[in-house]
Design a protein around this ligand. Structure first.
Ligand code: PEP
Ligand code: MN
Length: 468
């Protein structure tokens, strides 16, 4: 059964929050650093360094997510399962920006709505694991927990607090290049984009995708001709950053009490200063750490950023409202994104009750409903390789779209694990990848990602849903 929402004190107020009140709560997935002195040194360094993102950007994203909650815009969020420090290089960053941009164009065309883009980028370095140890070549070794904690190489599996500071620098360098690339015209939409439809064998699908591409190409050319791309700032696009807020030793020192850029006349909803987590624009609480009385929910209830919460088969319906009341007591629209991830076989049974619990409450129309069709659809094939079938991913997404329509709610977005590279980690799609193809270019150290073609194809299929 669910526990009560915010524990209430005698005078009816939630207990006081501080950036470290989470330390008094039970915590899951918490690393036990053997070297506390060097942990303290890294944390002190993080505290001194400047914010990675600015409150003004965080507030801007919140406004855009309010539009998503209202059904006026669509949210596209995507990137690696585990971002590695090695991905902090020009090619990997550019290919991901371009892919997210291309997908968003397809979605704009399909849904006829603005698209808000968030990368799982510039900080997605901490991974929850089912077990702290794993067996490799018959030996027990600490599991790889993401580059911010330890390294994938077997001789780097010990937790290293210096990696906290390294994560800060890789995150900043990645975001610096995202900003530079975008402001220098990587998203310059009047340059022809490579839509690479050569792999699509099914003639009906190919005709459908080509129609969309022809339309988009004509539209972009037309907007360029009349100068609308300049006046509408179409050639500079926003790309916000996000990661799972798992490692609170990292999140806490980057959380700062700063001026609220939208502060107007004093009011309860617009204090002059707020706590902003400046490690990313958007943070989410994972499926393994969303216990109502746990440390992660305690930490995130105090920060002004928009927050995501993963919701899955292990989420009791009664927990949903308790989570919303704890994380968003003032019922700000768009503050909370519920990221649902049940799996294609379970979504029809579980999602309707979750929707009703929220939409029949005082939180109706305040949340962003986002579908993560990846994490409920992971399977192991021969040799223990982790994969996901494109058909399952699409099926969960399609069922989610249908269920929201039936329930009168709005599916505001998708949350995907993807990469701009030609990896072979997920089965199927128009390339028809099968089990034998997985070994060709399987580079993920964590969950399998959609490759560029599969990701774009998913965007076409969602667009198609809206146009039918
Ligand atoms: C993830 O998004 O990589 C993840 C671990 O998801 P979940 O918390 O939903 O399992
Ligand atoms: Mn993952």
């Amino acid at each position: 059964m669910s526990s009560p929402s915010v524990p209430v004190t005698n005078n009816g107020q939630a207990p006081e929050w501080t950036p470290e009140s989470w330390r008094t709560k039970p915590i899951k997935q918490c690393p036990e650093y053997p070297d506390q002195a060097s942990l303290a040194k890294s944390v002190a360094e993080l505290k001194r360094l400047p914010p990675i993102v600015h409150p003004r950007e965080i507030v801007r994203l919140k406004e855009l997510l309010r539009d998503v909650a209202r059904g006026e815009a669509f949210l596209l969020q995507g990137g690696d399962c585990a971002e590695l420090f090695d991905y902090c290089e020009q090619g990997a960053i550019e290919s991901k920006i371009k892919l997210l941009l291309q997908m968003s164009l397809v979605l704009i065309w399909g849904a006829d709505k603005r698209v808000v883009r968030i990368g799982r980028m510039a900080g997605q370095y901490a991974k929850p694991r089912s077990s702290p140890m794993e067996t490799v070549d018959g030996k027990q070794v600490p599991s790889f927990r993401g580059d911010i904690l330890n390294g994938f190489a077997l001789d780097q599996r010990e937790l290293d607090p210096n990696r906290l500071v390294k994560a800060y620098h890789h995150s900043s360098a990645t975001l610096n290049y995202i900003r530079a690339a975008i402001s220098s015209g990587i998203a310059d939409l009047h340059r022809p984009l490579d839509w690479g439809l050569g792999h699509v064998r099914d003639p009906a699908l190919k005709a459908k995708y080509s129609e969309a591409v022809d339309f988009l190409t004509d539209m972009l050319r037309f907007m360029h001709t009349i100068g609308a791309d300049k006046s509408q700032k179409l050639d500079t696009v926003d790309l916000f950053t996000s990661h799972e807020g798992l490692l609170l030793e990292y999140e806490q020192p980057l959380t700062r009490l700063l001026d609220n850029p939208s502060h107007g006349p004093p009011s309860a909803n617009s204090p002059a200063k707020e706590y902003y987590n400046t490690s990313a624009h958007f943070l989410w609480i994972g499926d393994r750490t969303r216990q109502i009385d746990g440390a992660h929910v305690e930490f995130f209830r105090g920060i002004a950023n928009p927050i995501g919460v993963k919701v899955g088969p292990s989420t009791p319906t009664s927990d949903l409202l308790a989570l919303l009341r704890t994380l968003n007591p003032s019922r700000e629209e768009g503050k909370i994104t519920l990221i649902t991830r049940y799996g294609a076989a379970k979504v029809a049974e579980l999602l309707p009750a979750h929707i009703r619990a929220v939409e029949d409450s005082e939180y109706a129309r305040t949340v962003v409903w986002q579908c993560d069709p990846m994490h409920g659809n992971t399977q192991s094939v021969s040799g223990g390789i982790k994969t996901r079938a494109f058909s399952d991913i699409f099926s969960e997404l399609q069922q989610t779209l249908r269920i929201h329509k039936e329930q009168g709610s709005y599916l505001g977005g998708v949350h995907l694990e993807l990469t701009g590279d030609a990896v072979t980690e997920c089965l199927g799609g128009s390339e028809g990848l099968d089990e034998d193809d997985l070994s060709t270019n399987y580079t993920s150290f964590c969950d399998p990602r959609l490759n560029e073609k599969q990701a774009l194809e998913l965007a076409f299929l969602v667009a198609d849903h809206y146009r039918c």
